[in-house]
Ligand binder design. Structure first.
Ligand code: SF4
Length: 227
């Protein structure tokens, strides 16, 4: 029988991240950004599309394109039937339009052929076009209700500053960072914790100018004197 994998997180790290989760939710309730895809009326379709677009793009930029894009495309079949040229026009204001048009339409064709339902099995889901680790987690989070982290460079930065740095360059393969991100979103409020961590990384613990002096978690942060 194979030996179980050692837990990458120490007990102390788990306790610290659990407290951080609570603090992030408290901060988010007061200071979180009001983005259209977070409203209760937003569909899985909208939230999954948005996560595809949010890769390498600021949330504010995607929010500006949101009303026109989702006014024109109301579900996967609309998107699957669109021409690449039309999709490129929609994506020009948010950048990377050529690549995005192709990957989004491939994803839409896949989803439309399955009535909008993606597999809940991660191995099957990984076979879908344009589904890397980040989009896979977004689909499992928003469509299947799993506690999955939207782990990008922003969430990674927040966790690493608050707890400790990862060892591997690629965030997708660092066992400690992956375990820390999964622990952070553990529980019934996984969506809100994800949104809170992403907003906190944008508004407070930003890449270039972290607001350590006014940060609500500075007393427990191992990088508190960055600014
Ligand atoms: S104290 Fe500074 S580095 Fe630490 S979480 Fe707050 S803003 Fe980020």
């Amino acid at each position: 029988m194979p030996l179980p994998e050692p837990d990458p997180l120490t007990r102390g790290e788990k306790a610290k991240i659990t407290r951080f989760r609570k603090d992030l939710l408290t901060w988010f309730a007061d200071k979180g950004r009001n983005l259209p895809w977070r409203r209760p009326c937003a569909s899985d379709f909208e939230r999954i599309c948005v996560e595809v677009l949010l890769q390498r793009t600021r949330a504010e930029t995607v929010a500006r394109a949101y009303p026109v894009f989702f006014g024109r495309f109301t579900g996967w079949p609309d998107l699957a039937a669109a021409s690449i040229e039309e999709l490129e026009e929609h994506f020009k204001p948010i950048g990377l339009w050529n690549r995005r048009a192709r990957s989004m339409r491939a994803l839409a064709e896949y989803a439309a052929a399955r009535g909008g339902q993606f597999p809940s099995d991660p191995v099957e889901l990984a076979k879908a076009p344009a589904v890397g680790q980040y989009v896979q987690n977004a689909i499992l989070l928003f469509q299947h209700g799993e506690a999955r982290p939207l782990l990008d460079v922003n969430m990674a930065r927040v966790i690493e500053r608050f707890v400790r740095p990862r060892r591997l360059a690629d965030i997708r393969h660092d066992p400690w960072l992956q375990a820390a991100a999964h622990w952070l979103v553990k529980g019934e409020q996984a969506r809100e914790v994800n949104w809170a961590a992403l907003d906190f990384g944008s508004v407070v613990c930003s890449a270039r100018a972290p607001a350590c002096a006014s940060c609500p978690v500075s007393t427990r942060c191992q990088s508190k004197s960055l600014n």
